[in-house]
Design a protein around this ligand. Structure first.
Ligand code: NAP
Length: 282
């Protein structure tokens, strides 16, 4: 079922590469074109069936696209969107996959010409891996994608991008960019902060084999630092609010241990268990 005649993906990393593979596997586009800064990445992407063709020139790559997906680090998305907007054809839709949304959408609503239809998107899927070599056609299966909507967002473009993600086997949720960043601060960005501190505190050599729990809790600390500094800083207000809430729980737990207060400690362990039991999808 073809949804777009031609899709161009800018940035063929884990997310852009997986998206290209998934589109091709499900035949959702007549042609998938990739834009990368490196000819070698384009060759690998062709070999791995991520794209049908590619270019290192952004303007050439986006010119005939019906849908342009920006899949580069968060801080690079706005400048690339502004360049792409000058080259794309009338009626084309511009979207992205960036992990934070409020600053990006605020900037693009100021800088993009009125006729450019931009839909902010964040597929909530991924891993600590990076690059086109890690691309995986099943990465998005059964996951969630948030589309951001403001009073200025073109509703027909949102519907079309929503249809595209649903055809990839993804549930689609629309919300404001601010609500997205608030939700992701506590569910994704704070866990990264905690994994970072834990990875810096724990010593792999303390035991011949690290416990499974340590590996699970620190897995995301192995993510690309150059993706995550952008994410933390572009969502710093929401992330700092989440960190303050975390610090209050941390301090209460530490105090109960310091005071040898078994009742307070037990109450906190029970409260956390009730919360965690409710995390599993119903
Ligand atoms: P990645 O594997 O490192 O891929 C990023 C790609 O962006 C690279 O392949 C690189 O392509 C390109 N790139 C890097 N810097 C650039 C620059 N200055 N200008 C132009 N292109 C540049 O990262 P990723 O995990 O796919 O992340 C891409 C986006 O998806 C980010 O915005 C991230 O927030 C978002 N996201 C990530 C995850 C996750 O779990 N990883 C989940 C959801 C959303 P070339 O070097 O070939 O040009």
């Amino acid at each position: 079922m073809t949804i777009f005649r031609r899709v161009t993906i800018v940035g063929l990393g884990l997310i852009g590469g997986s998206l290209g593979m998934a589109i091709k596997r499900r035949r959702l586009a007549g042609r998938v074109v990739g834009v990368s800064r490196h000819a070698q990445t384009l060759r690998t992407a062709r070999r791995r069936r991520v794209i049908d063709g590619g270019t290192t020139d952004l303007e050439t790559g986006v010119r005939d696209a019906e849908l342009v997906v920006l899949a580069t680090p968060v801080d690079t998305i706005a400048p690339l969107a502004e360049r792409a907007a000058r080259a794309i054809q009338a009626g084309a839709i511009l979207t992205d996959v960036g992990s934070t949304k409020a600053a990006l959408v605020r900037r693009l609503e100021r800088t993009l010409p009125d006729h450019i239809r931009f839909v902010g998107a964040h597929p909530i899927a991924g891993s600590e891996q990076r690059g086109v070599e890690s691309a995986n056609a099943a990465l998005f299966d059964g996951t969630l994608c948030v589309l951001t909507v403001t009073s200025r967002t073109d509703r027909s473009a949102v519907q079309r991008v929503g249809r595209f993600w649903r055809a990839l086997g993804v549930k689609v949720l629309t919300m404001s960019p601010q609500a997205h960043d608030q939700a992701l601060a506590v569910t994704s960005h704070l866990p990264h902060v905690v994994a970072n501190c834990l990875a810096q505190t724990a010593h792999a050599r303390s035991l011949p084999q690290p416990p499974r729990s340590l590996l699970e809790m620190t897995r995301i600390a192995a993510s690309d630092p150059e993706l995550w500094d952008d994410i933390f800083l572009s969502n710093r207000h929401e992330l700092l609010a989440a960190m303050r809430r975390f610090e209050r729980h941390w301090a209460r737990l530490r105090d109960s241990i310091t005071r040898n207060d078994r009742a307070a400690l037990l109450a906190m362990l029970q409260a956390a268990k009730r919360r965690r039991d409710g995390f599993e999808p119903r």
